[in-house]
Ligand binder design. Structure first.
Ligand code: LER
Ligand code: MN
Length: 271
């Protein structure tokens, strides 16, 4: 398993759960100084993550790229995949497709979290799920063309009513033959929704594609009440080889959140 820390390039998300907010160059420098293996980037759009500008920074700092988020399409533009307005749904797909291509050029996968959206009076949940399946099919094929999976992230009930729990999302992916799509298991959302975090990870097994390494209160692991030990044991049991990426608030500061994250990973991964 590899360690990553999040870098947001989106001013509208400066109160969001991302550790580093001072640009890509400073973010990569800080990530390397703290000893992370890689970074996860939350860009304003595909233009922020062109390979020509990102690759030299990653190389200069000896970092891998864990994944690229697409949530700015929602945060900045109000787009999502089950929007009542068809043109907004199309723009949402285009926004994500641009990031899948940019990430693919960098050998990394893209994440669909906030961009899944939620049902509405005009789009009941069943209709929204059909839209989601169709979008994940198209975008999953696009990711696969880059040799990458696409990460779908169940969110807590306050952010979506599509899927809140890993097992339900896994059954949905299975039922629709969405083999290119893997689960992003965010321990913060799971702490709200699952009865047993480790059990949910074991059950999701090979569908687990990425992990957001966050404590119960969305602070760095160690600042809340989640016990990482059974979680790491579960990830080892399913032979998870991917990233543990700190998508947490920069509390009490970015530097302390990064340091606490690295300390938690060193303690539990080397034990
Ligand atoms: C995105 O990874 C996520 O977890 C959502 O809660 C949006 O912030
Ligand atoms: Mn997350």
């Amino acid at each position: 398993m590899k360690s990553a820390v999040t870098i947001s390039l989106v001013p509208e998300a400066n109160r969001g759960p991302f550790v580093l907010h001072d640009g890509l160059e400073a973010g990569c420098r800080a990530a390397a100084e703290h000893g992370f293996d890689g970074v996860e980037i939350f860009p304003a759009g595909a233009g922020d993550v062109a390979a020509a500008s990102v690759r030299p920074l990653l190389e200069a700092h000896g970092l891998g790229l864990a994944a690229i988020g697409t949530g700015a399409g929602f945060v900045k533009h109000g787009l999502h995949l089950v929007h009542p307005d068809a043109a907004s749904r199309t723009r949402a797909r285009e926004f994500i497709a641009g990031i899948i291509d940019a990430a693919g050029d960098l050998g990394a996968p893209a994440i669909i979290g906030s961009m899944q959206g939620r049902s509405a009076a005009e789009v009941p949940r069943e209709t929204a799920l059909a839209m989601l399946a169709d979008a994940l099919g198209e975008l999953g094929r696009r990711s696969a063309a880059h040799g990458q999976p696409l990460f779908y992230e169940p969110l807590n009930r306050y952010e979506t009513d599509l899927f809140n729990r890993q097992a339900e999302a896994a059954s949905f992916l299975e039922a629709h033959g969405l083999d290119a799509v893997r689960l992003l298991c965010d321990l913060f959302h799971m702490n709200i929704e699952e009865d047993d975090l480790a059990g949910a990870l074991v059950k999701a097994g090979p569908r687990v594609g990425h992990v957001h390494w966050a404590d119960s209160n969305r602070r760095a692991m160690g600042f809340g009440h989640t016990d990482p030990e059974p979680i790491v044991a579960a990830l080892r049991a399913i032979r998870y080889q991917g990233w543990l990426s700190a998508e947490v608030f920069p509390w009490p500061s970015a530097s302390e959140a990064a340091a606490r994250t690295i300390a938690s990973l060193r303690r539990h991964l080397t034990a």
